[in-house]
Design a protein around this ligand. Structure first.
Ligand code: HEM
Length: 448
């Protein structure tokens, strides 16, 4: 329900407000159907306020304000409580959750691992791990390709960034991550203190302990066999503070945990949605086959420019189903945002999925059309109309890694296999911290 829509004459930004229940505000909508709440904001205006318990939340639905929030005025904001409080329980002070100087230091420290040259060197491992995973499939067998992608991308992060084999930990990591995200989402709408003796807090501690076991094992294995292997772990071990001190195991743990979790789940979701969409669009799928067949060999990094359609398919899948479907910030000092002033403590979120589906930016927005991502089409699109990786100083550090990985996985799998969807019900998104296909994507693997 839209209570008020006012457009200050000085601005083309349409400010609006959604009404909520007394005391609860939009809490029940948030808990029951978050994506519908985002859609309601998009329908209401460009900058939409809705009440949430004792506060209200601002929702940005237009790219113009993304530039202000995430780029020009980002210093007036920090990460919102979802990550800043509850995410820290899992991730500690890694790159995703660190603020201010600490964030700048960590970003600088990790940047070399994500330089174009370094990323290119990960390509061979990405392809060989994909081939290893696909070697386990049997023609005609049923697969949950969402789960397969989750295991594969975890193995890739382990091998490329930590030179460790964590493929065997996929189930433990996957289950723990799901529970961790459910916990975070639950606490977002019901902010109970972490210190209370609640069963959910106890469960969260167990989740963290399970993941810690994997991460501390990676660190211990490397300490036992040191030496520069040119990976992230070597960089962390070599890093020295201004006073010459090295990183503690806890600091390393936070960085590794962050890269392990942020570095596989999102890419796996992007691929799961890609496979789903391809099974629904035979023509687009056929063009993928034609492109990979024309290569005539397993793809390498050097072949990527010859696989433009594969990239466009992935980009379009991430438009419709952005794995990080929203980002949020909390205001630290009064700051002008479009025509309004945001006050300290207020949360401002960007509905990335909502922006990706605006009909004025994306004609026929629900249609799957990889043609939207030709070089010419990209050039004329407004800035931030497409932002699956965020924007500004906190833009995803792994964006090029992820795109290259997804393109290589898609091409490597499509060379040998065609998937046919075998579930009848529509696949719906499950909005946790990321956007997963609920219940997985069940396919028959057909050998080509
Ligand atoms: C399709 C895949 C991916 C998507 C959609 C994605 C999305 C995002 C988004 C939207 C942010 C910004 C969050 C914010 O502003 O609050 C982010 C940050 C981040 N991502 Fe990704 N990501 C992906 C893959 C990766 C990969 C492969 C890695 C690492 C190997 C990674 C590591 C990170 C880290 C460490 C940050 C925090 C950066 C900072 O604050 O400086 N991500 N990601």
């Amino acid at each position: 329900m839209v209570a008020a829509a006012q457009t200050p004459p000085s601005s083309s930004i349409k400010v609006a407000a959604l009404r909520g229940l007394p005391i609860l505000g939009k809490l029940l909508d948030f808990r029951r159907d978050r994506l519908a709440l985002h859609d309601a904001c998009v329908r209401a205006g460009d900058l939409v306020r809705f009440p949430m318990l004792t506060r209200h939340v601002w929702c940005i639905t237009t790219p113009e304000l993304v530039q202000e929030l995430l780029v020009e005025k980002e210093a007036s904001f920090k990460k919102a409580p979802g990550l800043a409080v509850y995410g820290k329980a899992l991730l500690g002070e890694g790159l995703l959750t660190a603020e201010g100087d600490r964030h700048r230091r960590e970003r600088k420290l990790l940047a070399p691992a994500f330089s174009p040259r370094r990323i290119a060197s990960y390509g061979a491992a990405m392809v060989s791990l994909t081939e290893r995973a696909a070697a386990g499939w049997r023609p005609g067998a049923a697969l949950d390709v969402a789960e397969e992608m989750m295991h594969l991308t975890l193995a890739i992060v382990g091998r490329t960034l930590f030179d460790a084999d964590i493929a065997g930990d996929a189930r433990v990591v996957g289950d723990a991550l799901t529970q961790g995200m459910e916990f975070m989402v639950d606490r977002l709408s019901l902010p109970l203190p972490m210190t209370w003796p609640l069963p959910s807090n106890e469960r969260m501690r167990q989740v963290v302990a399970q993941l810690d076991e994997v991460v501390f094992r990676i660190i211990a294995e490397r300490r036992a066999a040191p030496g520069d292997r040119g990976d992230v772990l070597s960089m962390l071990l070599d890093a020295r503070d201004d006073d010459g001190s090295s990183m503690t195991d806890q600091d390393m743990r936070d960085e590794i945990m962050t890269l392990m979790l942020a570095g596989h789940e999102t890419t796996a979701n992007a691929l799961a949605w890609t496979w789903y969409l391809l099974t629904q669009h035979p023509e687009a799928y056929g063009k993928v086959f034609a492109e990979v067949d024309a290569l005539g060999h397993a793809p390498t990094v050097a072949d990527l420019p010859r696989l433009p359609w594969c990239l466009q398919v992935i980009q379009e899948a991430m438009r419709l189903y952005p794995p990080a479907y929203a980002v949020a910030r909390q205001c630290e000092q009064p700051v002008q945002l479009g025509p309004i002033t945001v006050q300290p403590g207020e949360v401002v979120m960007i509905t990335i999925r909502g922006i990706h589906r605006r009909p004025d930016l994306w004609p026929d927005p629900l249609a799957f059309r990889p043609e939207r991502f030709t070089e010419d089409a990209i050039k004329v699109r407004p800035r931030h109309a497409y932002m699956p990786f965020g924007a500004g100083p906190r833009i995803c550090i792994g964006n090029h890694f992820a795109l290259m990985e997804a393109q290589l996985i898609l091409a490597t799998v499509a060379r040998r296999w065609r998937f046919r969807l075998i579930q009848h019900a529509d696949i719906v998104p499950e909005p946790l911290i990321t956007l997963r296909p609920k219940g997985g994507v069940h396919v028959e693997a057909i050998a080509r």
